[in-house]
Design a protein around this ligand. Sequence first.
Ligand code: FAD
Length: 424
Amino acid sequence: MKTVVIGAGIVGVATAYELALRGETVTLIEAHEGAGLGTSYANGGQMSACEVAPWAGPEIPGLILRWLGRDDAPFRLRPKMDPDQWRWLLRFLLRCRTSARMERIPPNLELALLTRERMASYAADFRDAGRSLDFDRRDRGILRIFASEHAVRAAMTEMETMARLGVEQRLLTAAECVDVEPALASALQRGEISGGLYSPSDASGDAHLFSKHMAEAAKRRGVTFETGTVVEEIIARAGRAYGVVTSRGVLDADAVVVAAGAGTAALLKPLGIRTWIYPVKGYSVTLPAPEGNAPEVSITDEARKIVISRLGNRLRAAGQAEVGGYDLTLEPGRAASVLNALTSLLPQAGAGADAAEFWCGLRPMTPDGSPVIGRVEPFSNLFINSGHGTLGWTLGAGSGAALADLVCDSAPQLPLSPFSIRRF
Ligand SMILES: Cc1cc2nc3c(=O)[nH]c(=O)nc-3n(C[C@H](O)[C@H](O)[C@H](O)COP(=O)(O)OP(=O)(O)OC[C@H]3O[C@@H](n4cnc5c(N)ncnc54)[C@H](O)[C@@H]3O)c2cc1C
């Protein structure tokens, strides 16, 4: 069976690779000149199975109001004359209930654990082929630090929920945070840490390197990878997809998978499909890791709203959320605020600031914080694997495996109903 996969980010390459493992004839189409050059290029690097709660939660409306009008605010709304933005925002706000947030944790966790399993299996495939799947992976866990006692108490409640689901997390005192990650010593001295939540089984790594290596591995398994090719239209009528119109011609297919990240909604809209995926812009900064006291453990600073990951001899910090449409202009002020947050927590990182590389990308977000994985009705052979929002690196490989099973008519390794497009 000939399957076209649109988009070569984390999700698309994992899907193409998984389909190839199942014996499919796959063409992977990507607008950029290579894999992982969209939102998967320079994300926060956290593979955070133990932290899969959606962003939408009871504290969010208050934070939005508090940050209104502040240019460097971690969350910014830029109203557009776009009904899709307003519909999305309304849905997002309706999800800002504790019960709605909690409801999403078990399915996201199941998908994240499948992702862990698939990533281990990919590494084994590479080893069997005498290669190494090297993406600066670091298995040192993720430490969330909190600046107030109130935040520590909220984390305790979360930890209890996760413990009921079998997830191991440890609540740490401020001093214990520094035992786990000595690079935080100066933050402790400044009195900025009240406590932390440590998830030892989580990991971090470079999603761009992963996407690049996996696309190469997919090619070795027979996948045709067409780069620099834009899908302009999905040819579909009378309940079936027949192929795609690309900037280089028409391609027939027996099945089409849309894994186009923030480009997904535009591809499906002409077919009358509303995906509920809207872009939320984020920023990152990558700089040389300071010598001697660079963090080994990936850090989430709850107060500064940034995540930090060590990627080989580089350090990356990421943050910011702007609901403002598809504009990918990098605003120097917003980018600098991520760097400032990093160096105010870890002053030692300032040594590499001159070599800092700034980046921004569009998280393909659903209002409820879970991706959309499944068949796109009424089309029997059109599939979607998108909307991974803040968790694409954490959920991407499992999503690829689950969708590949569905395309091949096998039973997916986890229930896909929580990820169905029909839930909206
Ligand atoms: C600042 C920031 C920090 C983040 N940190 C983390 C983190 O720490 N952990 C985590 O789990 N997640 C994180 N994320 C989220 C994660 O990066 C995304 O969820 C993930 O990259 C989405 O992958 P994707 O494959 O769906 O999309 P993409 O990587 O964007 O891939 C989609 C691809 O489709 C292509 N495409 C689109 N339309 C077309 C078309 N018409 N024709 C051809 N090609 C097309 C695009 O060029 C693109 O390459 C972060 C995101 C941001 C922005």
